[in-house]
Design a protein around this ligand. Structure first.
Ligand code: SF4
Length: 215
């Protein structure tokens, strides 16, 4: 057992040190989860090359329990959104996120995934994946270095350390709702915005009708 699991409030006699650990349920539960976060294997643009370098032998994020990347959302714990998020890709990204089992996390890697990057306001690009998914950690840079990505993953581990089995969403009796998959037509529409769009188009129609009756 590792020393980081020890509860400092409960002293262990010297002769038992290294053989006995007194810990809390939260600590051991989070230690297990934070030490086996498997990333989903997918990349979107240039940032993905840095992500691949982070997984390779020089930086090797297996040292942090990330192990191998999983090619299936059903075996993945963290989605690293590495690259430019185009409107065409958003429905697929959200669908994959919905297919990941809880607990799941999202890391926005680089300027594009965090806020649109150099393509912000471009006709084909969204201004950050956080418009659609709940992002846990942002890693700045264009592209971020492998060290920066490792730092982001360590921050994610620290976030997991703060969670408690008593309050996490996925043990709540209420089912966690899926994120509605955006619809790509002439532009990308988030189904959660339908009512707002409907309301504003009705208001525009009303004003147009009023103008034409005045004429
Ligand atoms: S942040 Fe920079 S390096 Fe990363 S995908 Fe965007 S343009 Fe490429």
């Amino acid at each position: 057992m590792t020393d980081e699991l020890n509860n400092p409030d409960i002293p262990i006699p010297d002769e038992l040190k290294g053989q006995v650990t007194v810990t809390t349920l939260d600590k051991i539960y989070n230690w297990g989860r934070r030490s086996s976060i498997w990333p989903m294997m997918f990349g979107l643009a240039c940032c993905a090359i840095e992500m691949i370098a982070t997984a390779a032998s020089r930086y090797d994020f297996s040292r942090f329990g990330m192990e191998i990347m999983r090619p299936s959302p059903r075996q993945s714990d963290v989605m690293i959104v590495s690259g430019t998020v185009t409107k065409k890709m958003v429905p697929q990204i959200v669908r994959l996120y919905n297919q990941m089992p809880e607990p799941k996390y999202v890391l926005a890697m680089g300027a594009c995934a965090s806020g649109g990057g150099p393509f912000k306001e471009g006709y084909s690009v969204v201004s950050g994946i956080d418009k659609f998914l709940p992002v846990d950690v942002y890693v700045p840079g264009c592209p971020p270095t492998p060290q920066a990505l490792l730092h982001g993953l360590i921050k994610l581990q620290e976030k997991i350390d703060q969670q408690s089995i008593k309050s996490v969403d996925w043990y709540d009796k209420k089912a966690i709702e899926e994120i509605p998959i955006p619809v790509l037509g002439p532009d990308l529409i988030d189904p959660r915005d339908f009512m707002r769009i409907k309301g504003s188009s009705k208001a525009t129609l009303k004003t147009d009708n009023e103008k034409s009756s005045e004429n």
